[in-house]
Design a protein around this ligand. Structure first.
Ligand code: SAH
Length: 374
């Protein structure tokens, strides 16, 4: 297969010369559409590494466990400034390509050609990136054994049909939860996070989500990992039995609701960390910072209201999201956009209140009384 040379961020790369990324799988999968995700990851690693050095006065050890072309490992080495980087891929030809790309950039990174689970079971790392094709589930146990007591874990899942509710049983087998096409992006992310938290909990490691989002064909979660049973107990206390319908969710059964499982309903983003990552992205002029912006804006309320669905059920035109948010806030509720859907609103208001806000978004309570007076 032919290779071509490209640039991404500050690295040069040989990648398979194919029109469709999947066709390059045999030698080293490269998907240019993941640029934004890699930008965010570069800055997340930069921010974490800074904290790590302040705490331990040593360099964190980073493992890009499923590296393919080496793009992430090289960007972490060159752009995040982490000096102890390992790039691994089980595919021999991918490992050769990583070698070639490492030379091309005159970078100093370690390369391995092993099964990620074997590698991670043997060695400890402070930063791990798990970015596979499909589901990450089969790598999380070994990852948990490798993570140090203060570390950063980044995980991608591309089994979206499973996590978003198309294959409910498959989701149950992989993630011990039933997925449904209700609030599917956020529900998928929460199912993934729940799985990671439980896999790490066995080893007394607490996974605290710092940034979670979905884009195109994938889900991505970033979490700070810390050792300690009380921390683990605390994060587990955010797990609740979750029942959902298309528009509602509760902690106990109700009419027509489906049982999802014991799901993590705590925080999905740490605003301070998101802000630092965003600032770093802006400083570097990187594409993708709006995802961080959205994550920072989000209120902590689980799930959201899809406005187009509500508008069509009410037979009203879809108002501007910002107006609906303003109207809900004027009524004393908290409300925000969400990182998970362009046209949805998160709010602690009940469905009826949201319907009211949608029927007449400009009608905040004060203008109502003014109009009555007039
Ligand atoms: N992270 C890359 C894309 C990785 S694609 C990027 O950002 O571009 C997934 C890679 O995982 C493939 O190259 C595949 O060869 C590798 N892989 C699959 N199973 C593996 C395993 N058990 N151990 C190590 N690598 C594996």
């Amino acid at each position: 297969m032919k290779l071509k040379q490209i640039c991404e961020g500050k690295v040069k790369l040989f990648v398979p010369d194919v029109a469709i990324p999947e066709h390059g799988k045999g030698i080293g999968f490269y998907n240019p559409a993941m640029l934004v995700d890699r930008n965010i990851s570069v800055c997340a690693v930069y921010v974490f590494a800074k904290r790590f050095r302040e705490r331990y006065s040593r360099e964190p050890r980073l493992c890009d466990a499923l590296s393919a072309t080496g793009v992430r490992a090289l960007r972490y080495r060159i752009e995040s400034g982490v000096s102890r980087v390992l790039a691994n891929d089980v595919n021999e030809r991918a490992a050769e390509l990583i070698e070639r790309n490492t030379k091309l950039n005159k970078a100093n990174i370690e390369i391995a050609n092993r099964d990620a689970n074997v590698l991670l079971s043997e060695r400890r790392f402070d930063i791990i990136d798990i970015d596979p094709f499909g589901s990450p589930v089969r790598f999380i146990d070994a990852t948990a054994r490798s993570l140090s007591k203060f570390s950063l874990l980044m995980v991608t899942a591309t089994d979206t049909a499973t996590l978003y509710g198309k294959y409910t049983e498959c989701c149950r087998r992989r993630y011990f939860a039933n997925s449904y096409p209700f609030f599917e992006r956020e529900l998928g992310v929460r199912i993934l996070i729940s799985f990671i938290i439980r896999e790490l909990a066995k080893y007394n490691l607490c996974f605290t989500p710092v940034l979670s989002y979905t884009r195109r064909h994938y889900l991505r979660v970033f979490g700070l990992v810390e050792k300690g049973s009380s921390k683990v107990n605390e994060v587990l206390s955010a797990f609740k039995p979750l029942y959902c319908t298309q528009t509602e969710w509760r902690f106990s059964p109700f009419g027509g609701a489906r049982y999802v499982g014991e799901i993590y309903l705590g925080r999905l983003h740490e605003k301070n960390v998101c802000r630092e990552i965003r600032d770093e992205m802006l400083k570097r002029g990187m594409e993708g910072s709006e995802i961080l912006e959205r994550a920072m804006e989000e209120i902590e309320q689980p799930f959201y209201y899809e406005l187009p669905e509500i508008a069509s059920s009410l037979r009203v035109n879809l108002p501007k999201i910002s107006e609906v948010i303003r109207s809900l806030r004027a009524r004393g509720y908290s409300a925000s956009r969400t990182v998970f859907s362009q046209c949805a609103v998160k709010s602690d208001a009940g469905a009826n209140e949201v319907k009211k806000a949608l029927s007449n978004p400009s009608l905040s309570p004060s203008t109502t009384s003014e109009r009555r007076r007039a």
